[in-house]
Design a protein around this ligand. Structure first.
Ligand code: PNS
Length: 160
């Protein structure tokens, strides 16, 4: 069975992430979407909220599992026994960071191969960071995120 790990902050998941998950789910037997518990970032959504949102938006994709991971990505690759790491590549501006991360991970674990998938062109400019900024200022992000994320933003704006 060919399993792949799709790691990220998913704070929150966007339609671009979802597009990558759908593409990856057609290429691999199983996709493990792994939400990072990253100490350096202060997320808007808690890890539980991010996991719940992802579970809801991926409920119709049979071969997707949602997990969280702490620490190094290569340790998660070992733990979940995946043959590849999937990352989305939106534009050339993503390339340098992604290239560095892929090679660094492979240096740490020779078995850690990274596969890049390009989302649909309409998502090439969508990022969780910008979506958060717009949504928390009351802007309309309905074309960038799944419905459940809209209601989660509404709850955050009310202070929940
Ligand atoms: O969605 P993001 O924020 O671009 O995802 C980045 C993520 C979580 C994949 C990356 O920060 C990561 O792998 N973190 C785990 C710690 C780690 O292994 N760092 C070394 C990477 S070379």
């Amino acid at each position: 069975m060919k399993k792949a790990l799709y790691p990220g902050s998913f704070d929150p998941v966007t339609n671009g992430h979802l597009d990558v998950i759908q593409r990856a789910s057609r290429l691999f037997d199983k996709i493990i979407v792994a939400v990072a518990l990253n100490r350096e970032k202060s997320p808007l959504f808690t890890i539980e909220e991010r996991l719940d949102i992802l579970k809801a938006v991926c409920r119709d994709i049979d071969n997707v599992e949602i997990v969280s991971f702490k620490g190094l990505l290569i340790d998660a690759v070992n733990e979940f026994d995946t043959c590849a790491v999937v990352r989305g590549l939106r534009a050339v501006s993503d390339f340098e960071y992604e290239f560095q991360m892929a090679l660094m991970n492979r240096q740490l674990n020779l078995k850690c191969e990274t596969v890049f998938l390009m989302p649909s062109p309409e998502y090439t400019f969508v990022s969780s960071r910008m979506v958060k900024e717009i949504a928390m200022c009351g802007g309309d992000v309905s074309t960038f995120v799944p419905e459940i994320v809209m209601s989660s933003f509404k709850a955050k704006r009310k202070g929940n």
